[in-house]
Design a binder for this molecule. Structure first.
Ligand code: SF4
Ligand code: MG
Length: 281
């Protein structure tokens, strides 16, 4: 990556952020709406695509960086936040956005999620939550309802679902919101808001998997605006998220933590590296 420019930003359109590649998602998948909202949001945000990096893990939604004209890093399962943290700390001039799904982010990547909230590095994490593992054919994920009946889990898994918003707020995230893929304007506004809020911004997006959870098409009738955005009072916001039914849309919490400082530039020269290698067997 080259150094990002500091030139005055010109006007962009959503199309400027599309790679032109045709997504392989199933027709009707919610992730199309998230992709369109992200393109729209970046156009509004005003930074050129070469100053933006999308980092993802594994899963249907983690394919998203390939569909955009920004830089992208399609990493290993659950590790997107770790890669993005290193990138942002060494290149604070870049806009770093992490994207992925509920299986990737809350199960194998769950530990990184908690500690990314705690570290509060200045970036945006978008989770496309469909409460199922779509790419591997419909297994229950950490956010699947306890009684969701399927061929893979007859009668349901009987486990209390993970509450990502409450975990994020309690763990230290500085901005926490929920959007819906079927509300592209509202979602684009939340993306811009999260990008511009300092620190670690977490945006959970309800994004239906129409193939393995066709009943999620009904989400468009279940979502509603969140009653309030809580500023700074982390205990009250955690309690709000704990009592939430998972369908309120908007900002739930904005904090006032200062983002972690970028890593200092390494004081190492080419001669130092050559000397080090010359000493190695
Ligand atoms: Fe989308 Fe589900 Fe198809 Fe994956 S399996 S592309 S999440 S609809
Ligand atoms: Mg999923």
């Amino acid at each position: 990556l080259t150094e990002a420019t500091t030139e005055p930003h010109c006007v962009f359109s959503a199309k400027d952020f599309s790679s032109g590649a045709h997504p392989v998602w199933c027709p009707g998948c919610g992730d199309y709406g998230v992709l369109a909202s992200l393109e729209r949001a970046l156009a509004k945000h005003g930074r050129p695509s070469h100053e933006v990096v999308l980092v993802s893990g594994i899963g249907c939604s983690s394919r998203l960086p390939g569909y955009m004209s920004t830089y992208g890093f399609h990493g290993v399962h659950g590790r997107a936040l770790a890669a993005a943290t290193g990138l942002k700390l060494t290149r604070p001039d870049l806009e770093v956005i992490v994207v992925g799904g509920d299986g990737d982010g809350y199960s194998i990547g769950g530990n990184h999620f908690i500690h990314a909230c705690r570290r509060n590095v200045d970036m945006l994490y978008i989770v496309m939550d469909n409460r199922v593992y779509g790419m591997t054919k419909g297994q229950p994920s950490p956010t699947t309802e306890a009684d969701w009946d399927s061929e893979i889990a007859p009668g349901g898994i009987g486990l209390r679902p993970f509450n990502p918003l409450a975990v994020a707020i309690a763990s230290g995230a500085n901005y926490v919101a929920r959007g819906f893929s079927g509300d592209p304007n509202g979602l684009a506004d939340l993306i811009v808001d999260g990008l511009r809020w300092p620190g670690f911004a977490f945006l959970e997006v309800l994004s239906p998997c129409v193939t393995f959870r066709p009943e999620q098409r009904e989400w468009k009738r279940m979502v509603r605006p969140a009653s309030q955005a809580i500023e700074q009072d982390r205990a009250a916001a955690t309690a709000l998220a704990m009592g939430d039914d998972g369908f309120s849309l908007g900002v739930l919490f904005r904090g006032d933590r200062a983002p972690v400082a970028p890593a200092p530039k390494p004081q190492i020269s080419v001669a130092d590296v050559e000397r080090e290698f010359a000493l190695s067997p």
